[in-house]
Design a binder for this molecule. Structure first.
Ligand code: PEP
Length: 250
């Protein structure tokens, strides 16, 4: 019922030339993939090139941030309608690097998520606890806060359209992947939080795992009952590794 999604987060990697080159290498390897949606999340400056070179293919293109207002005096920002105009398919919101380094708050995300949906973009909303929060037994409290705030202004009938990514901060870029039990518990907890708002919509919610997913651990993570795909950082920059993760989707 839920089509898995494998999304590669390229972060701040990729000039236009490098983006074109990586996409050209990726597309032929994805041509037989029909069991999963696949997307790449590229820097703003590479979005147009990525949209142009993936047109007509099954590879989606996402941005990595946006402002909640459609326009205005917000120097350096880009809005949802601006992304939609470029034919970008979606946007990643609330990635832990944006929360940690750029002060992204749950309050800001509360406005960004519905603004993105309104503009016709898909949304991947990232949530996840820090190592300290996990050690203190605060994982569920943190996830509850992030999910409830992030979805607060999303109309009930659109809740299932929001893709959530459970990304434990301590697993991102560290090589320390969550255990299968930790991942499944958190993914199921995130789905239960959506169900608290609307049970039927929560059955539609795609919930991804992110954090040091690699070809050698992807199959087990992707087979978890509440795992509907992955958000992949480091391994998504390597065409072979990214393709192997796509192929690991059950
Ligand atoms: C990410 O940046 O969202 C991520 C999951 O990174 P990595 O796969 O490198 O841990």
């Amino acid at each position: 019922m839920r089509t898995p999604l494998i999304a590669g987060n390229w972060k701040m990697h990729g000039t236009v030339a490098e983006t074109d080159e990586r996409i050209a290498a990726l597309l032929p390897r994805l041509s037989t993939v029909d069991h999963a949606d696949v997307a790449i999340c590229v820097p703003f400056t590479a979005l147009q090139a990525a949209v142009d070179s993936t047109r007509g293919s099954q590879l989606g293109v996402f941005a990595q941030n946006m402002h909640h207002e459609p326009q205005g005096a917000f120097t350096g920002e880009v809005s949802a309608p601006m992304l939609a105009e470029l034919e970008v398919g979606g946007v990643v919101l609330g990635h832990s690097e944006r929360r940690t380094y750029f002060g992204e708050t749950d309050r800001a995300l509360q406005l960004k998520v519905p603004a993105a949906l309104e503009a016709g973009l898909q949304v991947i909303l990232c949530v996840g606890e820090t190592e300290e929060e996990r050690e203190k037994g605060d994982t569920e409290r943190r996830l509850r806060h992030q999910v409830q705030e992030g979805l607060e202004k999303v109309p009930s009938d659109r809740l299932g359209d929001v893709i959530l990514a459970y990304e434990p901060v301590w697993a991102i870029g560290t090589g320390h992947v969550a255990t299968l039990e930790q991942a499944q518990d958190a993914l199921a907890f995130v789905r239960a939080l959506v169900a608290d708002r609307d049970k039927e919509q929560s059955k539609r919610s795609r919930i991804l795992y992110g954090g040091s997913m690699k070809p050698d651990n992807a199959a087990d993570l992707l087979a978890l009952p509440d795992c509907d795909g992955g958000l992949i950082g480091g391994a998504s920059l390597d065409v072979s590794q990214f393709t192997a993760i796509v192929e690991a989707v059950p």
